[in-house]
Design a protein around this ligand. Sequence first.
Ligand code: GLA
Length: 387
Amino acid sequence: MNSFTELHGHAPEGEWAAPGRVNLIGEHTDYNGGFVLPIALPQTCRAQARRRPDGLLRLWSAQGGGPVTELRVADLTPGEVPGWAAYPAAVVWALREAGYEVGGADLRLESDVPSGAGLSSSAALECVVAAAYNDLYGLGLSAPDLALIAQRAENAFVGVPCGIMDQMASMCCREGSALFLDSRDLTSRQVPIDLADAGLALLVIDTRVKHDLADGAYAALRAGCERAAALLGLPALRSLAPSDLPAALPRLPEDLRPLVRHVVTENARVETAVAHLDTGDLTALGPILTAGHASLRDDYRVSCRETDLAVEAALAVGAHGARMTGGGFGGSVIALVAAPEAARIAAEVTAAFHRAALTPPHILTATPAEGARRIVGSTKSRVVNAG
Ligand code: GLA
């Protein structure tokens, strides 16, 4: 039931996968031209796909449920596709906007990236469609180019003003490494991170809340950062070094100062974290994570009761460090723990949620996984139809 053939009447040409992500450190820095350090999750969105010669985009999602959604690629208009189908439609629209005359496709989508958990299920969905189209239509785009297409899709078609981190993580991460990304020019370096070898585990604690203010607040914070950079005469806050802060902050209105302090100190935390990974001192990441959380809580103000509780509970029972990850206002917390302690710490965090009368969190362990890739059918395809 609901196999590709049953949904679309023929076999797929191939199957692709793109992962969700957690960011180790470097939050709300990407749209300031700064540094981020995400890993890809083993959880992926998968797309079986086949080109169509008639310009139709036929979409079905195991998570979305319901019948096949049918759209005409030539008619795709920002803001006019509701629900989950907006994301794959957005990617096709963005490719065409960028001048790639791609046509239609049959798609069957299935994801085990938890949605609404701050783990980039949307980026995984966008990136798997971008990867499938790139291969099927022989576009020859690089992974960073596809990430930019996916970001443009989300910004301009779906209407979410996100930065580039999630799409770059989903497209470019490699198994066993974190992606040290400079968002200013998209240069990146794979930084090996062997948690098991260091006797460590990374818990991902999905608090299962997403507060309503998330979208509007994100846009407002982004605008605040851009205003601060403009007032300081800078292209982006990335250009500010920690040593510049004492002179820069008094030149800004009071409400913008904590935002700038967060961004500048967070960029420095990413660089310190990478230095520790380079020397193999993974445990030293712990205090950096915790300091990052304090900055997001006190300066950037994007944490909330549930994420603060998860961080405090994990630290209280022995985590080396913990912080919220992603945009904030709910979503997930990561905690770096000794591997043999992972189950106990997870149970203690769950107990703390019970005591606070909160919905119990979903907790998984994350290992750095591979970015977007083709998983079935390796024959390179050519463009057959631009309809
Ligand atoms: C969301 C956005 C990213 C990034 C993070 C915060 O996940 O999609 O671009 O800004 O928030 O670091």
